[in-house]
Ligand binder design. Structure first.
Ligand code: FMN
Length: 194
């Protein structure tokens, strides 16, 4: 019983659900390779929602740049966030963030979350995406794949480091350099077929 309590109560003593309680299947970090995920399709093609926060405050935004791979001996995901994004505030003040992936049926919702800011609109209300709070973070009922990530590293892109200077002129006319976040993928949660 004591163990069960330890698992389900977070540091603030708030009852914490697990995504498995919501019908997702859990895959441990060490087994993520077995899922056969294709980051080129998932991130570049399907897009993802980058989300952070909890039931007291959260936000989400669409991203199509980033990566998945191995760093410092850990299975990791990378997301790059421009400084003006409201979501960045939530990533910065939380230890965890999630990357959530959806079926084609949610393309319009992702387009909306990539056009409007959570500072101005209620993204859940406008898209019908249902936020779910579990594992001390946030994702969505409609997600088919959720990667729960623990921040390991954050660094603003330094324009002096571009070896191909065209990237600076093409991608950063406003000099709003992304901050790159590397997160350890703690667990993956899946529902339905990818
Ligand atoms: C397909 C797509 C991909 C995007 N990828 C990124 C990205 O990788 N990084 C980023 O900072 N913004 C990206 N954006 C823009 C943000 O999603 C957008 O500015 C969003 O409205 C920010 O919301 P927020 O202010 O509520 O955080 C993308 C937008 C779209 C439509």
């Amino acid at each position: 019983m004591a163990l069960c309590f330890a698992e389900h109560y977070g540091r603030k003593g708030v009852f914490m659900r697990n995504f498995t309680d919501l019908g997702f299947k859990e895959t441990a970090s060490a087994d993520i390779g077995k899922l056969g995920l294709d980051p080129f399709k998932l991130i570049g093609g399907d897009w993802m929602l980058v989300s952070a926060g909890d039931s007291t405050g959260w936000n989400t935004m669409t991203a199509s740049w980033g990566g998945m791979g191995v760093m410092w001996g850990k299975n990791t995901a990378v997301t790059v966030i421009r400084p003006q994004r409201y979501t960045k505030e939530f990533i910065d003040k939380n230890e965890l963030f999630t990357l959530s992936f959806f079926g084609e049926d949610q393309r319009k919702a992702l387009a909306f979350c990539g056009k409007y800011s959570g500072r101005d609109v209620d993204k859940a209300k406008e898209t019908g995406l249902v936020p779910v709070f579990a594992n001390g973070t946030v994702s969505f009922e409609q997600a088919r794949l959720i990667l729960v990530c623990r921040k390991l590293f954050a660094q603003p892109i330094d324009p002096a480091c571009f070896l191909d200077k065209d990237i600076d002129t093409q991608c950063y006319p406003d000099k709003d350099y992304h901050v790159a976040y590397v997160g350890e993928i703690l667990n993956a949660y899946t529902r339905d077929l990818l």
